[in-house]
Design a binder for this molecule. Structure first.
Ligand code: NDP
Length: 332
């Protein structure tokens, strides 16, 4: 069976051709009663993976050289035990491989609620959806009538943030890197305004559309964060979710306009979704209800073939995905 592993750390800057390697290995086998063999059906590709390749202090240990690349996935149990039966659908850290053996406590059995599918556990009911929910409702808080700015708005996390913002009664301004993404955000997801940050008139359009913002859910960092800092309302909150524009950059420029945080009594706060895992079932139940009612929509960008995960990962950094990027692994 095929697996993709970390061959060399890329250092600062973009992922290189020799960062990952692909090999064929024998089908892994459970070594004890508390282990389960899972056929991997889908794996998730996430911007955070770039950070896991660096041997630096972070919220999670780096992936080791030679280790199968860490990834959330969906799978089907093919060798079970007392807890998991053959055929059960599960989610967990399956990694970039066709088959995985995991401890049973590392797996969650999934039974999609009405209106949802198994794939939603990699999207709105999984890590991206929980990130959106937590950053917007637990970290920054949003009130009806407030102005919410969302960067990376057409991605997995951002697209859910925009919709939760709308259903909480905020005015939502969304930023994305393509006109087609902006159309989707306005026409399908119902944001008030979507702007292409690559447009030559962007800075002017930004000022006109945003006015002053109360909450900024930032997935991008860098220049966009700096621009947003010039448009803060008093007591504005910035939920610092990610900074994808800086993940592959050697020299980060830093915030030039941060003094506005003082004059506007504003707050900028980073958060990590993993700190909230105990509350995922509660949050996911609410999101599932919104999906069922048609108030939260989702889009998946599906690629195929686990051996091509390294190249598909680049889609996150060049804007090639709309919605949640996943790779179909099993051919069944
Ligand atoms: P997305 O689906 O949003 O994919 C990434 C998107 O980022 C791309 O589609 C691209 O869209 C945009 N992008 C890439 N490079 C740049 C750039 N230089 N400038 C502006 N936009 C860029 O990914 P996710 O939804 O999975 O993740 C979104 C963010 O959330 C990431 O920063 C991620 O690290 C973070 N995150 C944080 C978590 C936490 O616990 N704090 C948990 C999960 C995710 P476009 O065409 O618009 O440029």
């Amino acid at each position: 069976v095929t697996r993709v592993f970390l061959a060399e750390r890329p250092g600062a800057g973009p992922i290189k051709d020799d960062t990952f390697a692909v090999e064929r290995v024998p089908l892994p086998q459970p070594a004890s009663d508390d282990e389960v063999l899972v056929r991997v059906d889908y794996v998730s590709l996430d911007p955070a993976m770039r950070g896991w390749l660096n041997d630096t202090r972070s919220y999670i240990a780096p992936v080791k050289i030679g280790e199968t690349m860490r990834a959330q996935g969906l799978g089907t149990v093919v060798k079970g035990n007392k807890t998991f039966q053959v055929g059960d659908q599960v989610s967990g850290g399956l990694g970039w491989a066709e088959y995985a053996v995991l401890k049973e406590k590392a797996l969650t059995k999934i039974t999609p609620p009405e209106g949802s599918t198994a794939l939603d556990y990699l999207g709105p009911l999984g890590m991206p959806g929980m990130t959106a929910y937590i950053g917007l409702l637990e970290v920054s808080g949003i009130n009806a009538g407030e102005t919410l700015l969302v960067s990376g708005a057409a991605g997995a996390v951002g697209s859910i943030v925009c919709q939760i913002g709308k259903l909480k009664g905020a005015k939502v301004v969304a930023l994305a890197g393509a006109d087609e993404k902006c159309r989707w955000l306005e026409e399908e997801l119902g944001v008030d305004r979507a702007l292409n940050y690559k447009s030559p008139n962007f800075r002017k359009e930004f000022k006109d559309a945003v006015g002053y913002l109360d909450v900024f859910f930032d997935n991008v960092g860098g220049d966009i964060l700096d621009l947003a800092l010039t448009r803060l309302n008093k007591n504005a909150r910035i939920a610092l979710c990610g900074a994808i524009s800086d993940y592959n950059v050697k020299e980060k420029k830093g915030m030039q306009n941060y003094l506005n945080l003082i004059s506007q009594r504003a707050k900028i706060e980073g958060f990590v979704v993993l700190d909230y895992t105990a509350r995922f079932p509660e949050f996911a139940a609410e999101v599932a209800q919104w999906i069922k009612e048609g108030r939260v929509k989702r889009k998946f960008h599906i690629e195929e073939g686990v051996e091509r995960c390294p190249e598909y990962l680049q889609l996150l950094f060049n804007g090639g995905n709309t919605g949640k990027l996943v790779v179909k692994v099993s051919k069944e």
